[in-house]
Design a binder for this molecule. Sequence first.
Ligand code: TYD
Ligand code: MG
Length: 452
Amino acid sequence: MAKSRTSIFFCQNCGYESAKWMGQCPGCREWNTFVEEPVLPSQGAVKKSTASGAKTARLSEIVIKEEERMTTKIRELDRVLGGGIVQGSLVLVGGDPGIGKSTLLLQMCRNLSGDGHRVLYISGEESLKQIKLRADRIGSFSDSLSLLCETNLDMIEQIIRRELPEAVIIDSIQTMYRETVSSAPGSISQVRESTGVLMRIAKGLGISVFIVGHVTKEGLVAGPRVLEHMVDTVLYFEGDRYASYRMLRAVKNRFGSTNEVGVFEMAAAGLREVENPSEYMLSGKPAGASGSVVACSMEGTRPILLEIQALVCQTFFNIPRRTAAGTDFNRVNLLMAVLEKRAGLSMSSCDAYVNIAGGVKMNEPALDLAIVLAIASSFRDRAVDEKTVVFGEVGLSGEVRAVSMAQTRVLEAKKLGFSRCIVPAVCMDQLKEVKGIALVGVHTIQEAIRSM
Ligand code: TYD
Ligand code: MG
């Protein structure tokens, strides 16, 4: 008889399974992430399945009723969730430690409980006193919110079944464990098993469950990436820890559109919604400086104006330095090559630094033209007109290509008091006249440089 395996190696970063230890994970290419974990006895193996209870259904027989949604009263969060919390949904909130996940969810609990919803906040990371200290900073709370400090998930399951709250917050999944799994809390097996239990609670009892998951590059704790397929909605909370703004993105959403973002600012009394991100991103933009261009990026259905900065200067080394902060480094290199070849800007002996001001990360191709103009502007030391917004994708032949939702972008520029837009010429047909905005359609990057 074949010897049954009692343990297996898991990559702690992406969940890749392997029968033997490996130095590098073939799945995610991270080094030194394999940890041995015991195999759980499969419960289905002994029981014979019978299909007597199962029934097939026709599409016409299925009745859909409008999902019931609770509003969190945080508009930015509601938007990202697709219009509120769906009853019985399982939501994963991921992000670096210290980014503000606990704060956001506690603020959500405050609003939900203020509306009379019964909410249970379970923390495996902080003591009740620490939660109280945080709550005091946020504001006053109603008594519909109950707190629990516990990490044993079997115990938590019993408490939830007894109290039957409408929403449960698990902070964080990496601290939870089940007694039946012998590996340490935070390991892939534990995280997977715990999420399974929470999924049963959410679907079985119709309770909305929010799970906090820390993402670490080192792969020391099981990355929540392995859970992404188990949950209904995955939200990522990101931003520079040292800058005050934060962005909440939906990466997956079974109940709404992905690509929506919510913008927040970390203040002394918790997270504050930023209703007009463009204004926020452009605050502090230098006047009349070369290398600074205002671009417009779409985040879901929302246009956000931002400042692209470039600094091009003589290099002192054989190989010039190139860096990109907030945007794709390879894309910047490509655009510089296009500038060099198609617009004749000789930058082989120049260092170039490109930065999106405010510490945001944006990778939309529509930013290409603004990056190109920022580099050209810094190289020639000639400022781009201050009242101009630029967007367009740049191709390898130096052509400026169409982007989606051009009209929305132009209207956003108008709203923020800009008077001119440099746009792809191919977008000109579909653009309606906007009062107070001069539209400049360009075919190539040379044309764009001439009109900057
Ligand atoms: P936290 O929610 O604990 O992060 P996470 O749960 O993602 O690890 O937020 C941590 C940071 O937020 C912490 O450094 C302090 C800061 N903070 C404020 O600036 N203002 C506040 O009102 C609160 C509650 C936290
Ligand atoms: Mg926390």
